[in-house]
Design a protein around this ligand. Sequence first.
Ligand code: FES
Ligand SMILES: [Fe+2]
Length: 366
Amino acid sequence: MKDEMQFDGGVYETLPASSYWDDALFRSERAKIFRRSWQLFGHVNDLPNPGDYRVEDISGSSVIVMRGQDGEIRAFHNVCAHRGHELLQGEGCTKKLTCPYHAWTYDTTGKLRAAPNSGNFPGFDKDKYPLKQVRLEIFMGLILVNLDSEARPFAEIAAAAIPEIQEYAPNLGNYHHAARTERQANANWKVVAENFNECYHCAVVHKTLTTGVVDPDAYRTRGHSYGIRHVSPARPDERKSYSYVADPTAKTDKFLTWWFFPLFALQIYPGGIVNTYRWKPVSVNQTKIEVDWWLPEATPNVVEAEIIHQHRTTTFAEDGPIVDSVQRGLESGGFDTGPLLVDAGCTSQSEHPIMAFLSQYRDAMA
Ligand code: FES
Ligand SMILES: [Fe+2]
């Protein structure tokens, strides 16, 4: 596949331990990376009706995503244009947004409609004070937001991945949220990203994944300009740990993951069963991990429920103590840097995905 990152075989070096616990570096990463990246918010089917909204923290900024009375989905900073009070909390459905402080009122497209006493100021122009929009893109039904108004469009960044995603989950745009699995890792986001992307540990830590879902010998990970793509042939029928359903029109030959640098990934299990990962770096050594499952129906059938349960109790759970333990090690004073073993052939045992991550990380911080 074109656009693949290449690394010569050899022994390379990890980041220094301090990169994983330095608070000043974490603040710099937030400004230079997280607040400039496309982050997953949800799916259009989370907000089916005009006026539906949800508020979430996106890397330190409260963001409202709302379906307007006109049907369009927009993202706004959750900040009143008057003097900065927050407008909404949680989720709900509304025809207008009224600020709790001085009752300035906006419509669901973000236009200021009423400001008490402003009628006594003839030159006061309400059009000058709309809600400030946040960049939003809808990708196959998934809602992505970016705090950087200058960011390259996600569709452009992900262009090399999109045709395959469309091929393997052709109906994702119509899917519904079916389940969430989450945990807070007591680990820096980079420890979690490195763990997610390398499969050197798979055969050691993930017995169910490597015996029933993917083929560890054929598992491949490659860096791309957008992030890292993982692919494995699906297990032959007699070995697989679950049956394929979800979308009967979807392909069943591969297990695919696209990790979009730095905080969002999309996985497609054979049969069009989709999950998304989003990572929320809470502090230098805490990272909230949320896995959402997307299926044709909001209620998983028996087989889908089984794969969600299997992931929650095996692969996902197994990485929990691993990353927390690594973080303790990195903070212990007993570790400076370590060796990364990169095979010339970039096999599943090789740590080249960490090299890809570090290259993307250094570019983003430059
Ligand atoms: S801060 Fe919102 S109305 Fe004053
Ligand atoms: Fe893992």
